[in-house]
Write a protein that binds this ligand. Structure first.
Ligand code: ITT
Length: 197
């Protein structure tokens, strides 16, 4: 394995991957290291898998066949029938910000209380390693949505999500703690196990 490009334009994800791959002794780059401006790859799929594959394919096909790893992820809230799901990044509309998405989520959950606020983060990773070769891995982290943001670490919905077994949000946990139990950390561990076989 020589180089892996992470097919993400999300600096929060990029930072987590850099840290996790660094712990494995592997150097990675992201879209911003290769393209300026960072390409907006249209996510036209209807599942995390389809969107991850679209992003991995874009990078593989726009380089000389460099290994491309894509993450498609999101938050599924039970009381909202699984929303925002694949629309997590753009939940509050075009040009959505994390603050806007979090505000919308709290509004949608205004009448949902206590143990009915269960949710989970999901992550699907697709690594394209050749013309027709892919490795896929998935990870899930169960938890609940609190009623006001807490913490400044991480990104996205982290200030609203408390993982099961903890009393702090992802945004209050340090990155090492988050990565050890997160959907992304679990998916990457599974991917790495497949690579090591
Ligand atoms: P790329 O496609 O460029 O990777 P993106 O942010 O658009 O960046 P996704 O389409 O996979 O990525 O959307 C994932 C969204 O789900 C992300 O923008 C967050 O809103 C949310 N999300 C995923 N993982 C998260 C995490 O670990 N913490 C908080 N929010 C997360």
């Amino acid at each position: 394995m020589t180089e892996i490009i992470i097919a993400t334009g999300n600096p929060g994800k990029a930072k987590e991957f850099r840290k996790m791959f660094d712990d494995l002794g592997i150097i990675v780059t992201c879209l911003a290291d290769h393209w300026n401006p960072v390409p907006g790859i249209a996510e036209t799929g209807s599942t995390f898998y389809e969107n991850a594959k679209i992003k991995a394919d874009w990078v593989y096909e726009n380089t000389s066949g460099v290994w491309a790893l894509a993450d498609d992820s999101g938050l599924e809230v039970d009381a909202l029938s699984g929303a925002p799901g694949v629309f997590s990044a753009r939940y509050s509309g075009e040009g959505a910000t994390s603050a806007g998405n979090n505000e919308k989520l709290l509004y949608e959950l205004r009448d949902v209380h206590g143990e009915n606020r269960t949710a989970r983060f999901k992550c699907v990773l697709v690594l394209r390693t050749g013309i027709d070769t892919y490795i896929t891995a998935a990870g899930v982290c169960e938890g609940r949505i609190i009623d006001k943001p807490a913490g400044n670490n991480g990104f996205g919905y982290d200030p609203l999500f408390i993982p099961d077994g903890f009393d702090k949000t992802f945004a209050q946990l340090g990155s090492a703690d988050k990565n050890s139990i997160s959907h992304r950390g679990r998916a990457l561990k599974n991917l790495y196990e497949q690579l090591a076989r």
